[in-house]
Write a protein that binds this ligand. Structure first.
Ligand SMILES: [Zn+2]
Length: 415
């Protein structure tokens, strides 16, 4: 169901499904088939006031409308035991977010059993060909990792079996995500997490670890590119090793999350997945919403007016809008244009300030990040906002399509 390459598309207002899918049909013309996965989290549904069944309806309308012949999926994004229920009938991809369970300790006897299991199957100094570090699997080290992660994987197993039971079949994909946490997982942690996943029999399709560096909303990666390159390559090798040695899904792959644009990582990822013949799932979220903003700004008139209003309100509600995303935002408030300035802007200037084109001197990453969080305000405007989207569908849709096709799919999978 999930092909080697898959790409997660968020669509906060569920209006751009067809234009998003056009990017995949264009990629197909270059001979690269990528599974589209429409993802939306419980948090986004709550903010926008939408329901999981609307995402499925959007996916069906888009794929039928464009005659998409390949698989597509609808992702219950970042769910846990508290939020999974409403997604079950309308999703066939589940992202089990275990972030909030990490660090909580499993029962002592359970930890002991797992540690013994690892220690009887592995040597202290395990080497995986190509991975720079030797794996320290000493009693102390395995115990430490089990103390930190075993409970979270038990929880993942619990969510998985709940979904399986509720669905009455196995016809869905499973991702485990641990990207929305404070610190990145180390190599030995990743290896042992995979061991835990196989130990509890969760048939994962993808795993989303947290990588080093900052993945800020809507903007490029901030961090050491060569360190990321080494980390990503090591993680690919560990995934492969686990698939083979732990008898896991041979097609299991890494997933890269966050609403960031990560453009500087794309050439590295592209090269490494091809070098290792690996698959990849890459998830985006707010990108489409920002293209809607760009298209509506360019439309001038009432549409531009609303975009300005949204920005100005976002400025006033800065703390409230940004506080849920502190680990994934890096906004320098001094670079945010004030309300008077923005009121005087043309649609072109507004659009160029927000479009993620690092070559353009007008591009303002602080402005872009704040607008990224402002979809909540657009949602509040209800039909005033969605009617404008309908009115300017051609212009907005073209931006949505071009953004996904040219800025994401091409450098990641096609080039
Ligand atoms: Zn995530």
């Amino acid at each position: 169901m999930l092909l080697k390459y898959s790409f997660g598309i968020g669509d906060r207002f569920a209006r751009q499904g067809r234009h998003q899918l056009r990017a995949f049909t264009e990629a197909e013309k270059s001979g690269v088939i990528i599974t589209p996965v429409w993802n939306k989290s419980h948090r986004e549904h709550t903010t926008v006031g939408s329901a999981p069944k609307e995402v499925m309806a959007e996916a069906i309308a888009a794929t039928e409308g464009l005659g998409w012949q390949h698989s597509y999926l609808v992702d219950a994004d970042h769910i846990n035991l508290d939020t999974v229920k409403e997604f079950i009938p309308h999703s066939n991809f589940f992202t089990l977010d275990v972030g909030k369970y990490i660090g909580k300790k499993a029962e002592e006897s359970e930890i002991r059993k797992f540690v013994v299991h690892v220690r009887t199957n592995f040597l202290d100094g395990l080497n995986i060909i190509g991975v720079s570090e030797e794996f320290n699997l000493s009693l102390k080290s395995v115990k430490e990792v089990a103390n930190k992660f075993l409970y979270s994987i038990q929880k993942a197993a619990e969510i998985y079996s709940f979904i399986r039971k509720s669905k009455g079949n196995d016809d869905f994909c499973i991702e485990i995500s641990m990207d929305e946490v404070e610190s990145p997982q180390s190599r030995v942690e990743l290896l042992l997490i995979l061991k835990m996943i196989s130990y509890y029999g969760i048939p994962i399709d993808t795993l989303a670890p947290k990588f080093e560096g900052r993945f800020n909303k809507g903007i490029d990666y901030e961090g050491d590119l060569s360190a990321f390159e080494k980390e990503f390559e090591d993680f690919l090798l560990i995934m492969d090793y686990a698939a083979e040695q732990f008898g896991m899904n041979p097609d299991q792959k890494l997933s890269i999350h966050t609403g960031s644009d990560k453009f500087s990582l794309y050439p590295i990822i592209n090269r490494l997945i091809k070098k290792h013949d690996a698959g990849l799932h890459l998830k985006t979220a707010g990108t489409t919403w920002l293209e809607e903003v760009i298209g509506l700004a360019e439309a001038e008139g009432a549409a531009l007016e609303l975009m300005k209003e949204i920005y100005i309100e976002a400025l006033h509600r800065f703390e409230e809008l940004t506080s849920p995303y502190l680990t994934v935002l890096n906004i320098n408030k001094e670079n945010l244009p004030d309300s008077d300035k923005v009121r005087s802007w043309s649609g072109k200037l507004f659009a160029e300030s927000i479009r993620h084109d690092q070559q353009n001197p007008l591009y303002n990453s602080d402005f872009r990040q704040l607008m990224h969080t402002a979809y909540k305000i657009a949602a509040k405007h209800g039909e005033r906002f969605t009617d404008l989207l309908d009115e300017h569908e051609v212009l907005v849709g073209e931006h949505v399509f071009q953004n996904i096709y040219k800025r994401h799919l091409t450098p990641l999978f096609i080039q």
